[in-house]
Design a protein around this ligand. Sequence first.
Ligand SMILES: [Zn+2]
Length: 97
Amino acid sequence: MNKWLSSCIDRCTPSCEEVARLASEALDRRLTLRERIAMRMHFTICYFCRRYHDQLACMQRGLNSHGDKLGQDCGKCLCAEEKAKLKEACRGRAGKN
Ligand SMILES: [Zn+2]
């Protein structure tokens, strides 16, 4: 990205701390258009915040689809194959960013 453009975006977007806070709040409420735009602009210059946001979203999807099973004792742990699949899925997700 052009250094001048990157610098301009850096001055116009919130700090990493603010973006992390917004990413967490996005789990509980719909962010305003202004907040969403600010976050997206920040993501163009900050890989770490984008990755943090994607990880939170991934956890939220997992909890939404399997959260009812939390706290239940299923009587078993993940087998080695399931652990390997989970690790591979996480790596694949990280590679898309
Ligand atoms: Zn950042």
